[in-house]
Design a protein around this ligand. Structure first.
Ligand code: PMP
Length: 362
């Protein structure tokens, strides 16, 4: 039996063991072709089959929403922070952004370099420890789109519902919670995510967008940064990250086996409740960082009474086989990232460790 760490990394993050083992079997000789998928032409039938399958599986898990297309891009979600305004923020229009923390902030900074922006709502005054309610949003009437971050990976806050933006397309950075729960795609113009948390390894960025939003990029945009380039070439304009896309397809199969998005949502709720209950039942020894109604089911952020105690927690957790529990360097504290592929057993082991640590330190 392979010994697996209790992996709570924020991303790249845990992948399902079943997927890794399946990939291992196919690693050297992909289905009798005498080569690995990495060694094949991206123009050949075998790779193209995998590529199309991954696209279709993604749409199928989302209920085959009408009019949506999948793009497999590179450069991470960070490149989308620039591509979105480049492609979609036309002259005389405003990019409307919801400011919920570090990642939303980065998206705003990039858009400012490229056009007019507006902050529709910000939770800065609450230290970004909650997401705004729909009625806090003040969207400029000439907004080209509204952009928000469904799950702030660093702060640990998550939108439970999405605001209705009417005719203005809602664009959502779902890097850290894509496919963790069912999604009504009719609410969105576009969603996007780097794969390395919920979808597979790093190296591929998934964009799922309404065709009419991405089929007509302004003429002055360089070819590689145009959505319409990738749309009209089926994400095969240039060499795609083929191995990463193959892995995404395998992760999507695994999600199907877990009962699709309803199935993974149930598992994610169980895991998140287990850990939040441990925090809430600790008589204040552990303190949840986010406001209760904005608590993320993917990144659980919490604190101890002092930074010394937090350091001791991290050290002891590492000795006990836990990885990745240190909060992001910009905010400190502790964070357990429990994406789809983190097993319930890891969360249970964490809760037992937390209870044991509390006994020793109170
Ligand atoms: N948005 C969010 C919510 C993220 O968590 C991250 C990465 N942690 C990014 C964007 C940036 O993604 P990438 O590293 O793929 O550029």
């Amino acid at each position: 039996m392979t010994k697996r760490a209790y992996n709570f990394n924020a991303g790249p993050a845990a992948l399902p063991l079943e997927v890794l083992e399946r990939a291992q079997k196919q690693f050297v000789d992909y289905e009798g072709t005498g080569m690995s998928i990495m060694e094949m032409s991206h123009r050949g039938a075998v790779y193209e089959g995998v590529h199309k399958e991954a696209e279709q599986r993604l749409l199928s898990l989302l209920g085959n929403p009408e009019g949506f297309k999948v793009l497999f891009l590179q450069g991470g979600a960070s490149t989308q922070f620039a591509m979105i305004p480049m492609n979609l923020l036309g002259e005389g229009k405003v990019g409307s952004y919801v400011d919920t923390g570090s990642w939303a902030g980065k998206a705003i900074s990039e858009a400012k370099l490229l056009g007019e922006t507006q902050v529709a709502a910000s939770t800065k005054e609450d230290n970004y420890m909650r997401v705004p309610t729909a009625d806090e949003l003040q969207i400029a009437p000439d907004a080209a789109y509204v952009h928000l971050t469904s799950n702030e990976t660093i702060g640990g806050v998550q939108f439970k519902q999405f605001p209705d933006t009417g005719d203005i397309p809602l664009i959502v950075d779902m890097s850290s919670d894509i496919l963790s729960r069912p999604l009504d795609m009719s609410q969105f113009g576009m969603i996007y995510a780097g794969a390395q948390k919920n979808l597979g390894p790093s190296g591929v960025t998934v964009v799922i967008a309404r065709e009419e939003l991405v089929n007509n990029s302004p003429k002055h945009i360089p070819t590689i940064f145009r959505y319409d380039t990738h749309l009209s070439n089926g994400s095969l304009y240039n060499t795609p990250p083929s191995f990463a896309i193959y892995m995404v397809n395998e992760v999507l199969k695994w999600i199907e086996e877990k009962g699709g998005l309803e199935g993974v949502e149930r598992l994610n709720e169980q895991k998140a409740n287990l850990i939040y209950d441990a925090i809430d039942n600790s008589n204040g020894f552990y303190k949840g960082a986010a406001h209760t109604d904005s608590r993320s089911h993917m990144n659980i952020t919490f604190r101890l009474e002092t930074e010394e105690l937090e350091k001791a927690f991290i050290k002891a957790s590492e000795q006990a086989g836990f990885v990745g529990l240190k909060g992001h360097r910009s905010v400190g504290g502790l964070r357990a990232s429990i994406y789809n592929a983190v097993p319930y057993e890891s969360c249970k082991a964490l809760v037992e460790f937390m209870q044991d640590f509390q006994k020793k330190h109170s």
